[in-house]
Design a protein. Structure first.
Length: 285
């Protein structure tokens, strides 16, 4: 797809899959906005992408996706910066080995991996609809198959925190959100799909200390590199053959099956209503 003149936003784009995604979009002529937590790291990433692609149309936005106030502020800046938004790639995410809460009193993995996607997308959604055709890509994971459903009774797993189960829970939420948003966007010209990047050597999990960095470094030898990991996100974001395709899940650049829990329409709607409540958003009009 010709990306010249297209406005694209990528979250978590200062390393790994996100940086590879932003780099390729910039190389294809898009104007790219990068959302990151660390502005110094973000500036270094932008300079690297500018130098390697020759694209000067790059802009940095700062927010910790675990902070709803910061997400709202960043979204307002994006709306000021972009009169049109043609692509949003929700890529940022984390794994925690132990329970923690954000400044909003929400379990951190749930806040970043699910509510961060949900809130940012909703805040930008009117602009995306006004820019149609437009696309949203949510980076999920086959880790959603680790869990049998959304635990509405203990959404933050305060009582039973197990790292990969909590991560899988958030990735299940990504797919349910994708499917429910696709239903609500039917006929608008905005599509939304979820992707599984595969096992990729990124910084995911390295926030958990030296032993976690050592472990992920060792396992990285056997994993895809960031460019390979970004391939499915880029395919879903830019492939002309996917024009109008929405509410699907892709791996290795092909549509693939989701778990039974991820296909539950009633759970998707219930999660949507809970997410509106947890982010203080009005119902989608």
């Amino acid at each position: 797809m010709d990306l010249e003149g297209q406005n694209c936003i990528v979250t978590g784009a200062t390393s790994g899959i996100g940086e590879a995604t932003a780099h390729t979009l910039a190389a294809q002529g898009a104007r790219v906005g990068i959302l990151c937590r660390d502005p110094a790291k973000g500036e270094r990433t932008l300079e690297r992408i500018r130098t390697e692609t020759g694209n000067e149309n790059l802009q940095l936005f700062r927010a910790d996706l675990g902070s709803q106030a910061q997400v709202r502020a960043a979204a307002a800046q994006m709306l000021d910066a972009f009169d049109r938004i043609h692509l949003l790639v929700n890529n940022a995410g984390l794994v925690n080995w132990s329970y923690s809460e954000t400044e909003d009193g929400i379990e951190t993995v749930w806040a970043v991996n699910h509510l961060g996607y949900f809130l940012l997308t909703r805040l930008l959604l009117d602009r995306l609809r006004a820019s149609a055709p437009a696309r949203i890509v949510n980076v999920a994971s086959d880790a959603h198959k680790f869990v049998g459903g959304i635990d509405f009774d203990d959404i933050g797993h305060r009582e039973n925190f197990r790292s990969m189960r909590v991560y899988g829970h958030s990735k299940l939420a990504n797919i349910l959100f994708t499917r429910e948003l696709a239903r609500r966007l039917e006929g608008t010209g905005v599509t939304v799909n979820a992707v599984h990047p595969g096992a990729v050597a990124t910084g995911l999990g390295q926030n958990n200390g030296g032993w976690a960095r050592a472990l992920t470094g060792f396992l990285g030898v056997f994993f895809k590199n960031s460019e390979q990991g970004a391939a499915t996100s880029l395919h879903v974001a830019t492939s002309p053959e996917l024009e109008g395709v929405s509410g699907r899940y892709f791996a290795k650049s092909r549509e693939t099956k989701i778990s039974k829990a991820a296909a539950d329409n009633a759970t998707a709607e219930r999660l949507w209503l809970l997410s509106e409540d947890m982010t203080g958003l009005d119902p989608l009009g």
